[in-house]
Design a protein around this ligand. Structure first.
Ligand SMILES: Nc1ncnc2c1ncn2[C@@H]1O[C@H](COP(=O)(O)OP(=O)(O)OP(=O)(O)O)[C@@H](O)[C@H]1O
Length: 573
């Protein structure tokens, strides 16, 4: 339990100590103040009930109508307090959620965590669900439970006093002894609630784990559906529908089996909670009966007792209901959400620890050179991919990296780009110079073709004439009319066209250093040559490092770095 609070505080701390802390504290204080007002008015209302119902027993119509006038006042206060309490709580919820979502988005995007999660195969942990769903649930559950806990404790404290005073003393005869019990109704309420709580804990215990697993199965199923959408073409070519269907069925089956276990658990739990709830209607009248028949209590007292008993029992039951309920904010739900958020944060910490356990030092140095010294590149498993690489690239140089498939050419490019952390050694990059990396499959963001061409810069940074001119150079002239059209361009454009978009981007951005990782693999030889010629003409001073298989590429490069088997390499002019 201590661990639970520690974890919850670890996630919450940031917001409550952030720049938003004063508005957050003010909102929380306002909600608490309204809750206190609500309980205070409830106690007053409870006393009023006694007087009001007693007028009926006494057949005192004048007093009845006089007391009746209080009713709209009470109703109005309850209405205003409850509605605004909810509104302020939701205001706090929105602020907290915004802050926490931004916090997780930053953690996901910073230090290329999103990419490391992918290459270290942590992507099955569904970071998207953590950020969109779990953050929302966490904030709403914590607020609902903590404000609920405060309200219940206050209600309990207030109405225990009321109920104690209404109970008086009851004498129990046990054999020859007479036992005088003070505040017996309070004891009945406590025993009743504690028994319910204990039974609920026993019966509902298994639901916590089942709930956690259920969320994960749902997310995994959703993830597999998204993969079908994203890889529709590949699957269609393979006629892979049956295999996909089998995969979906398996994942969905897990959801259903777990849900059936949840249903059985929930059914057992519902018997307990519903019986507990039903009994609570009758119980206060039953326990008041001795005092009524002894003539020590009137009709008003009976109603007042029933309300006070219900308040005591309900606020005690808050701890029960909020423990295992599956359908609303409950400790069980919160525990499951907390576990997922904490394990996400742990994964991020772990992978940063794994990444920083490696020590490829990248430093920006003056002199305009790219230098690689004593560089070992490894796989995440620690297996060596490239051994002791020594390399110097001068400004204006054109270096071609070759080697068999799987030898590590792309991984070397990723290492130079600073996104592959596994290995040791030193890389000096030229200080203050612009670098651009073009992968084999360019990333096309959602949006218009103009936005795609300008990416990652803003679309309005480049004039339309300039964009059109470069599109024509890159043999993309036929798409000029679609420049402002929104579309799923990564599905519409062929891979070759997408690669030419990447060349257009390079010419627009005019980097001093350009890295091409099989960036022309989908082009025919003639177009490939045309693209390299274009780079020569448009970026004459740029240094170019390319990865490629075709020997014709040699024409546009001065030197070759060949990666041979078992991590060795050879540099030739
Ligand atoms: N995230 C990863 N986890 C484990 N192994 C990886 C990972 N990424 C790459 N590898 C392995 O590293 C090796 C080198 O991959 P890389 O993509 O650099 O090869 P390449 O020379 O560019 O190949 P190709 O010419 O086929 O594109 C491959 O054996 C690949 O399986």
């Amino acid at each position: 339990m201590l661990n639970f609070f520690r974890q919850a505080w670890k996630i919450s701390r940031g917001f409550w100590q952030s720049e938003e802390k004063w508005s957050a504290r003010l909102l929380a204080a306002s909600v608490i103040a309204l809750q206190m007002l609500n309980v205070y008015v409830m106690v007053k209302y409870n006393v009023w009930q006694n007087q009001f119902y007693s007028t009926i027993q006494e057949l005192d119509s004048a007093k009845f109508f006089q007391l009746f006038l209080y009713w709209p006042v009470f109703t109005l206060i309850f209405l205003v307090v409850d509605v605004n309490k909810l509104y302020l709580q939701q205001m706090l919820e929105v602020r907290w959620r915004t802050w926490l979502t931004n916090h997780y988005l930053q953690a996901w995007l910073s230090k290329r965590t999103y990419y490391l999660l992918q290459i270290l195969d942590y992507d099955t942990d569904n970071p998207d669900q953590r950020i969109s769903e779990d953050v929302r649930l966490f904030v709403s559950y914590v607020l609902e439970l903590s404000f609920g806990l405060f309200r219940s404790t206050l209600t309990l404290a207030s109405f225990i006093v009321v109920l104690w005073n209404l109970s008086g003393i009851i004498d129990l005869t046990v054999g020859p002894y007479v036992l005088s019990i003070h505040g017996y109704m309070v004891w009945v309420a406590i025993i009743y609630a504690v028994a319910g709580s204990w039974l609920t804990a026993v019966v509902g215990n298994s639901l916590i784990k089942l709930n956690f697993v259920q969320q994960r199965y749902e997310a995994d199923f959703r993830f597999s559906l998204i993969r079908l959408r994203e890889n529709g073409e590949g699957i269609a070519f393979y006629n892979g529908e049956q295999r996909e269907q089998a995969n979906f069925s398996n994942r969905f089956q897990l959801i259903i089996e777990n849900f059936q276990a949840l249903m059985s658990g929930q059914r057992r739990l519902s018997y307990v909670t519903l019986l507990h709830w039903r009994l609570s209607f009758l119980l206060p009248y039953l326990i008041s009966a001795p005092r009524i028949f002894e003539g020590k209590m009137q009709l008003g007292g009976l109603f007042q007792t029933a309300t006070a008993f219900t308040q005591v029992e309900q606020s005690l039951s808050f701890f029960i209901d909020k423990f295992y309920s599956m359908n609303e904010a409950s400790l069980a739900q919160l525990q499951a959400v907390l576990k997922r958020l904490s394990s996400f944060a742990e994964h991020i910490d772990n992978l940063h620890a794994t990444a920083s356990g490696n020590s490829i030092a990248i430093t920006a140095a003056p002199g305009g050179l790219l230098g690689v010294a004593c560089l070992d590149i490894k796989l995440p498993t620690g297996e060596l991919l490239l051994k002791n690489l020594e390399l110097q690239v001068q400004p204006g140089d054109r270096l071609l990296i070759t080697g068999a498939s799987g030898s590590g050419k792309s991984t070397l490019m990723k290492t130079l780009a600073g996104i592959w952390p596994f290995g040791q050694g030193n890389i000096h990059i030229p200080a203050g110079e612009s670098m651009l990396f073009l992968p084999q499959k360019p990333y096309l963001p959602l949006g218009t073709l103009r936005e795609i061409l300008a990416y990652p810069a803003a679309a309005d940074l480049f004039a339309e004439e300039k964009l059109c001119e470069i599109m024509i150079m890159c043999k993309l002239g036929e798409f000029i009319d679609c420049l402002n059209e929104d579309g799923n361009w990564s599905q519409i454009l062929s891979l070759g066209e997408q690669q030419r978009i990447a060349f257009a981007r390079a010419i627009l951005q005019r980097p001093q250093w350009l890295f091409l990782d099989e960036a022309t693999s989908a082009l025919d030889e003639e177009t490939e040559m045309a693209m390299h010629r274009l780079l020569h003409e448009q970026l004459p001073g740029a240094t170019i490092i390319s990865v490629g298989h075709r020997s014709t590429l040699m024409e546009y490069h001065h030197r070759t770095l060949n990666i041979t088997e078992a991590g060795s390499w050879k540099l030739s002019a």
